[in-house]
Write a protein that binds this ligand. Structure first.
Ligand code: C2E
Ligand code: MG
Ligand code: MG
Ligand code: MG
Length: 278
């Protein structure tokens, strides 16, 4: 890249490893204080019934409002937080915030819906993970059936028996489990039936070109058919057009999430949608 350095003074500029590393290190350092500095926000994206268009739930999506850098995507800072213990306290904060918010909406009289929270493998592997979730539910007084935990296939490549045990404990507590980004990981299909999964989320990479790419259409249709026959609900992520929605509806997909209905929004705006829904 060529970067202008004032006047006519051009300089060849290649972002070196060092520079990238320094950027990451400074973000990583800032990550340690995000909670104390109250720089984190939770946005909510509606999950919609594909047939009735009713809001059936919402996904909690983390946002970092960095004082200098502005809004930083979780796609950037979650992997950094996962490299050290930051993800544990951040993850706990998201869980508590989302459960508390959901309970508040229920207390305000809105039709109860499920809130989905993304769980990192690092959190899931903590020996006290189930107890922590139980504690947060107790503190926030949210009925466990209105909490869904989103896990990824990477959980399946870890200790399988441990994973099954934890998922079963969560299921016994009536908490719902979603398999996020399904189709992008390395897990074997045989795990899918061993895991207590309620919801399969088709990754947006398959949804994006569902209309123009026959392979993506076939993959999405197959995931939906498989989910349906395994008694799971199927959610399509990243639905941006009416054509995608109609295709997924024809294929008997259950729920959709995506910009067509709404992007993730701050809680105040989400509440307006709840008010309008049903
Ligand atoms: P995800 O869980 O698969 O979340 C879906 C992502 O797709 C979100 O990106 C959402 O904003 C985006 N999205 C929704 N609808 C559309 C659409 O129609 N088109 C497109 N192009 N994108 C759409 P976001 O919010 O940037 O989050 C990225 C990822 O970061 C999440 O992917 C999740 O893996 C992770 N993440 C977010 N919040 C948390 C959190 O609290 N904890 C953990 N562990 N991970 C989180
Ligand atoms: Mg998710
Ligand atoms: Mg996803
Ligand atoms: Mg994703």
């Amino acid at each position: 890249r060529v970067k202008e350095k004032g006047g006519n003074n051009y300089q060849l500029y290649t972002p070196s490893m060092n520079e990238k590393l320094r950027e990451q290190l400074s973000l990583e350092k800032d990550l340690h204080n995000v909670l104390e500095n109250q720089e984190l926000l939770v946005y909510y994206q509606p999950k919609v019934d594909i047939n009735t268009e009713n809001i059936m739930g919402m996904e909690a999506l983390l946002r970092w409002k960095h004082p200098q850098e502005g809004m930083i995507s979780p796609a950037i800072f979650i992997p950094l937080a996962e490299e050290n213990d930051c993800i544990l306290k951040i993850g706990e904060w998201v869980l508590r915030t989302a459960c508390h918010q959901n309970k508040q909406w229920q207390d305000a009289g809105y039709e109860p819906v499920c809130v989905a929270v993304n769980i990192s493998v690092r959190q899931f592997q903590q020996p006290n993970f189930v107890e922590l979730v139980a504690k947060v539910l107790e503190e926030t007084e949210l009925n466990p059936k209105y909490l869904e935990l989103e896990i990824t296939e990477s959980i399946a490549v870890e200790d399988i028996n441990y994973t099954i045990e934890v998922l079963n404990k969560l299921k016994d507590m009536k908490i719902k489990i979603a398999m996020d980004d399904f189709g992008t990981g390395y897990s074997s299909l045989s795990y899918l039936k061993k895991f207590a999964i309620d919801n399969l989320k088709i990754d947006q990479s398959f949804v994006r070109d569902i209309i123009s790419d026959q392979n993506d259409a076939a993959i999405a249709a197959t995931i939906i058919a498989m989910g349906n026959s395994l008694n799971m609900k199927v959610t399509a992520e990243g639905v941006e057009t009416k054509e995608q929605w109609d295709f997924l509806k024809d294929q008997k997909c259950d729920y959709v999430q995506g910009y067509l209905f709404s992007p993730p929004v701050p809680s105040m705006e989400f509440e307006k949608m709840l008010r309008k829904s049903r």
